[in-house]
Ligand binder design. Structure first.
Ligand code: TYD
Ligand code: MG
Length: 454
């Protein structure tokens, strides 16, 4: 008999290692490596599965029936993040911190799909049916023909799905499910992998769309959703601060649509409500322009979004001044500070710098560079820019402004929300300026001269 060797897997990123270590070399997480028993090998020399690895020419696929239309939930923000509705037989992972609203959203989505004529089943391993029913009553969803099941054993779940043949099955959450083929506790890397694999193959084979919920975990005992990211077609993450009522559903991977698309929701007493005009929401109340506050005309996925960027600069009492960032990349902040110091002579030495993106949004676009720089200079000099101004542009290390994409869409959104001035990179052809007064900027020194020169 072959010797069985134990495998060591990181519960945070799923990387496997030859031996145990205190820290995972792949993702840098401490105490996340767990011992797991390897999966049993199948019988030798036999092909498994109905197709036995048969080949068919790609051209022949055209003779297969036309693809089924995508299922629409009717929750537009969700449908957009999915790339225009739910693709039949696809597997979707919805990840997020505990308590952020995953179960709430998926119960609402299940009800919405069911009302649109699709057969939806919601399987919970976390709550009792009475608790789910109570939540459904509060959300006024009890009239929707959604099927409920509370089950954690994978074999039972697959039997139920086989009998019911729903269009959509929601599994809340993958960390509570267990397969009796695997000899470890629910939530371990091997269980999460095995159950997710079984469910996604079931989805492909039986034409059921499976939505898996995964909690983002802090400690290493329970496997995080990253472990199953590669098995599914679409990965959505729920972001947002628990203190804020806004929740952002972001597509980080999508085989059937654009990645980086976002859907914006608001958590209310009646569950999650979609926000169809997020720009107005992220701008908040801006009656009097304050020093350090700048409006950035950004793009999130396919949609323009205006966001307020706030900076605060204060005398530091520390030997190494603080650089605190919420919603942006801290390495990028250091780069902007260095460019401001060496290209414009504006030094932040001995000063604490705080940068915040309003509304709990995370921005990753380099086009926000100029708006961040403007907020920093405005805070440093204690001078506000006029309130009807938006800013966008990427800053290179030389201080020159680089052109960015979709400038026309950004300007159009700004006009719609009552802005009339914009600062934009000069090396960019604009088809239309949407009635805005656009100041074309060559480099960061010229920007400082134009806006804050005396
Ligand atoms: P939940 O969907 O249970 O989170 P998850 O499944 O991601 O762990 O959401 C829990 C939070 O949402 C909880 O703190 C209460 C809040 N909530 C509301 O504010 N309004 C509502 O209508 C509902 C159902 C929940
Ligand atoms: Mg939940």
């Amino acid at each position: 008999m072959a010797k069985t060797t134990l495998a060591y897997t990181c519960s945070n990123c799923g990387a496997s290692h030859k031996k145990w270590a205190g820290r995972c070399e792949t993702c840098g997480e401490w105490n996340s490596i767990q011992e797991e028993a390897p999966l049993a090998a199948g019988p030798k020399g036999k092909t498994l599965g109905a197709n036995k690895g048969r080949k068919i020419p790609l051209g022949d696929l055209s003779t297969v029936d036309a693809p089924l239309p995508r299922g629409l939930s009717g929750i537009q923000e969700l449908d957009r993040v999915l790339g225009g509705g739910l693709v039949p037989s696809s597997a979707i992972l919805v990840g997020g911190d505990p308590g952020i609203g995953k179960s709430t959203l998926l119960l609402q989505a299940a009800a919405s799909f069911a009302r649109n004529g699709q057969k939806a089943i919601y399987i919970s391993g976390e709550e009792a049916s009475s608790q789910i029913r109570m939540r459904a009553q509060r959300l006024e969803l009890t009239d929707a023909p959604v099927r409920l099941a509370t089950e954690t054993n994978l074999r039972d779940i697959l039997t139920t799905l086989e009998e019911e043949r729903p269009d959509i099955a929601i599994i809340d959450s993958i960390q509570t499910m267990w397969s009796d083929h695997v000899d470890s506790a629910p939530g371990s890397v091997s269980q999460v992998r095995a159950t997710a694999h079984e469910l996604t193959t079931f989805a492909k084979r039986r034409g059921v769309s499976v939505i898996l919920v995964g909690h983002v975990t802090k400690e290493g005992q329970i496997a995080g959703p990253r472990v199953v990211e590669h098995m599914v077609d679409t990965v959505l993450y729920f972001e947002g601060e628990r203190g804020h009522q806004f929740r952002i559903l972001r597509a980080v991977k999508n085989r059937y649509g654009p990645a980086d698309e976002i859907g914006v929701f608001e958590m209310t007493g009646m569950g999650l409500q979609q926000v169809t005009n997020p720009s107005a929401l992220f701008l908040g109340e801006r009656d009097n322009p304050a020093a350090g506050s700048i409006v950035f005309a950004g793009i999130e996925g396919s949609r323009p979004l205006l966001v307020e960027i706030q900076a605060l600069v204060a005398q530091s009492s520390l030997a190494t001044p603080r650089r605190a960032v919420v919603g942006w990349d801290s390495a990028r902040l250091s780069m902007i500070l260095a460019v401001l110091e060496s290209r414009c002579g504006i030094s932040f030495a001995g000063l604490d710098v705080y940068l915040n993106i309003a509304g709990g949004l995370r921005i990753s676009e380099p086009a926000a560079d100029l708006a961040v720089a403007a907020a920093l200079i405005s805070a440093r000099q204690d001078r506000a820019l006029p309130k009807d101004t938006v800013v966008f542009g990427e800053i290179s290390l030389s201080g020159a402004l680089r052109p960015i994409s979709q400038a026309e869409n950004r300007l159009k959104e700004a006009t719609k929300l009552g802005f009339s001035n914009a600062y934009a990179p000069s090396r960019m052809k604009l088809a239309s300026e949407s009635g805005m007064n656009v100041q074309k900027i060559e480099d960061i020194a010229q920007f400082v001269e134009n806006c804050f020169g005396t």
